[in-house]
Design a protein around this ligand. Structure first.
Ligand code: NAP
Ligand code: ZN
Ligand code: ZN
Length: 352
């Protein structure tokens, strides 16, 4: 296959783990086949962007352009594209390709395909080098990996649904959380605040666990029935052995054993937070109550569209703080201090 023609877009890119993001010009392929060419309007800022840019997971290749909560407008399509037309409001999340034939792909679980390509940090099989994410003017993606954005919602506040939204929606759906379940959400950041909204919408009794007592009023407004300050041993003890399900969204190493003690017999913790270093887990509290600790990765394309449509029907969006692209490093520093209310979103017009 001949290499497709490429064009240039403005972006913000990191040259190394210790260098701040800076303006850059990157290449995108001209749309061919069923490609959709998208002008990016908004891009959410996920804690994964920060882990990745600073090489905290150890696999970052530079230059690195993060961003996987993309909302934009279609400006052109390839000759074989059928799903979208110029002018449509569309989204791109964490995935831009997969093999499309393996059992995971056929089940709509493309996130588990061993040959999937993430929006940033994967090999770009078409242009070479690494895939480059959404802190940019535009992106070109095959139509199977493009989502339809509901037009009844604020488009900037929809952007975080493409990662924070689906990452919390998917495990709550997979473990069939609803009325009659007592659910804990750990950490009130980008993922956590969406977890509160979804767990509440699904009918569960919802408790937020936070290290930030100052977030209590917000947590109650966002969907928690109750708030527990996780550093307070007495508050933790009052909930011991009472949870069916806990969704852990914490971005840093923390005390997992304290969370295990909150579970009922057969209760389950799902880790979606991805700290830089491993965490320790004591066997006995797991063994004695047949408890489990598991994990979950974003969600596949069909479920991501289902989540967006659910949000459209129920008026659910992210609580966002808009920033200019040149404020990104300041936003990362605030994120590290748990000072996000509750997702930063870049207004991409600020690239110009
Ligand atoms: P975020 O907005 O920074 O929120 C993380 C929250 O964790 C903070 O607001 C804070 O909440 C809590 N926290 C931070 N440090 C802590 C510590 N040392 N001990 C206890 N709690 C602490 O981050 P995010 O964007 O929601 O992402 C959260 C994590 O999920 C990241 O590791 C990210 O890479 C990962 N992630 C995973 C997936 C997946 O598919 N599995 C997808 C997206 C993101 P309080 O102030 O309430 O304590
Ligand atoms: Zn993310
Ligand atoms: Zn596959």
């Amino acid at each position: 296959m001949p290499t497709p023609r490429a064009y240039s877009v403005k972006a913000f890119s990191a040259a190394g783990a210790k260098t701040p993001l800076a303006p850059a010009v990157i290449s995108r392929r001209e749309p061919t086949g069923n490609d959709v060419k998208i002008q990016i309007l908004y891009c959410g800022v996920c804690h994964s962007d920060l882990h990745f840019v600073r090489n905290e997971w150890g696999f970052t290749q530079y230059p690195a352009v993060p961003g996987h909560e993309i909302v934009g407008r279609v400006t052109a399509v390839g000759a074989d594209a059928k799903k979208y037309k110029v002018g449509d409001l569309v989204g791109v999340g964490c995935l831009v390709d997969s093999c499309r034939t393996c059992p995971d792909c056929r089940a709509g679980l493309e996130q588990f395909c061993t040959d999937m390509a993430m929006t940033y940090g994967s090999a770009d099989k078409i242009l070479g080098g690494g895939t480059l994410g959404g802190y940019a003017e535009g992106i070109v993606v095959r139509e199977e990996f493009v989502l339809r954005i509901p037009t009844n919602l604020n488009a900037a506040a929809v952007a975080p649904l493409l990662c924070a939204g689906i990452t919390t929606y998917s495990p709550l759906r997979h473990w069939k959380i609803g009325a009659g379940h007592k659910v804990g959400i750990v950490g009130l950041g980008g993922l956590g605040h969406m977890g509160l909204k979804f767990a509440r919408a699904f009918g569960a009794q919802v408790v937020l666990f936070t290290t930030s007592p100052g977030k209590t009023a917000d947590a109650l407004r966002l969907g928690a029935h109750e708030v527990v300050v996780s550093k307070d041993a007495a508050q933790m003890a009052a909930h011991a052995g009472s949870f069916d399900f806990i969704l852990d969204t914490v971005s840093a190493v923390h005390d997992l054993n304290a969370e295990v003690n909150l579970l009922k017999r057969d209760g389950n913790i799902v880790l979606v937070g991805a700290p830089e270093k491993p965490m320790s887990l004591a066997s006995f509290p797991m063994i004695m109550r047949r408890r489990s600790v598991s994990g979950s990765l974003i969600g596949g394309l069909p479920e991501t569209q289902e989540m967006l449509d659910f949000c459209s029907a129920h008026g659910i969006t992210s609580d966002v703080e808009m920033i200019r692209i040149d404020q990104i490093d300041e936003a990362y520093e605030r994120m590290l201090k748990s000072d996000v209310k509750y997702r930063f979103v870049i207004d991409m017009a600020s690239l110009n």
